[in-house]
Design a protein around this ligand. Sequence first.
Ligand SMILES: Cc1cc2nc3c(=O)[nH]c(=O)nc-3n(C[C@H](O)[C@H](O)[C@H](O)COP(=O)(O)OP(=O)(O)OC[C@H]3O[C@@H](n4cnc5c(N)ncnc54)[C@H](O)[C@@H]3O)c2cc1C
Length: 324
Amino acid sequence: MKNASPFIIVGQGLAGTILAHHFLEAGIPLVIYDSPETHFTSSKAAGGIFNPVTGRKLEKTWLAEDLFPYLVDFYSRLEATLGASFFYPMPLFRPFANVEIKTWLMDRKETIDHAFLRWEAEGVWVEQAGWVDVVKLLQVSRLYFIEKGLLKTETYTGHEAIFCEGFHGQKNPLWASLPFLPAKGELMEIQSDEPSEDYILNKNGFILPLGGKQFKVGATYSWKEFTNEITSESREALEDKLKGMGVEAYEFISQKTGVRPATQDRRPFVGFRPDGKAGIFNGFGSKGVSLSPFFAKQWTQEILGKAEVNSEASIRRFYHLFSV
Ligand SMILES: Cc1cc2nc3c(=O)[nH]c(=O)nc-3n(C[C@H](O)[C@H](O)[C@H](O)COP(=O)(O)OP(=O)(O)OC[C@H]3O[C@@H](n4cnc5c(N)ncnc54)[C@H](O)[C@@H]3O)c2cc1C
């Protein structure tokens, strides 16, 4: 596989799209199979947010110092290549949830503080955040791949490819032994005069301004079933989140759903099986926008013999699970 040409990439969701662009930049030949009719594309439901700060303790996300400068560089370059706009750096505000949490965080400010945070009386501003319009990115990329004759809208049934199948990958016998832990998610789009259009609000959920007084509101997590059906429970949960962020008056536009390809150790699956015949680029969970460019770059460099994929993301950590 490693010496065969061209590489077959299975899936034109966010992961397959980002990997394909890196292969093209590096001059590695490829063809893409994508079949949203038989395997729905979760990327189309993504909020698209990139945010280097996580959790109650406002910690830096894993590899933030590497991921965030690279994603700015990559998405800006890709906008120029594709002649389209889909990358929107934007401030993100995290209000303190209540007085106790504010006091708790302020008491530890010196130990918590890092370059991605800017403290204010009512909360913290997160630097280097923003969002990617993933639907647009996938659409313009699809046209670009079609123009180059690289896309087949067919289900792939072979075994010698690089699989970017999202959560569908857990049903592929090649990868069934990997510890996937998918999480269904839903969000809604609304029209309202109330939220600010200048920043992303993040308080037990998010309100993301799309322009024209339209917003995305997200997101739910559920592990009960993995269909692409929207649910009334999620609609209620999203309405509660919106209320919790202080929005009362709005018009509902739509609700969307997808399944995050999350993993038990919260790290991606990147690399070839031990025999080198099939590869995987998957497991980006709820952070596909920020993780996939960096790991697409690392894996491309590994294929060219110039670098190695980070050992926490490489599927070499699971080689003991593959039967010979
Ligand atoms: C509600 C929600 C909100 C989210 N918000 C964010 C966010 O704000 N920021 C963020 O970074 N991430 C977010 N995510 C996560 C993000 O969507 C994922 O990390 C990312 O989209 C995963 O992309 P993927 O390409 O791995 O999977 P998918 O998008 O599912 O793509 C897989 C593709 O493979 C194709 N396919 C599968 N099997 C085959 C086959 N055998 N033959 C042919 N084609 C095949 C499918 O048709 C599909 O197009 C969110 C997810 C959800 C559900």
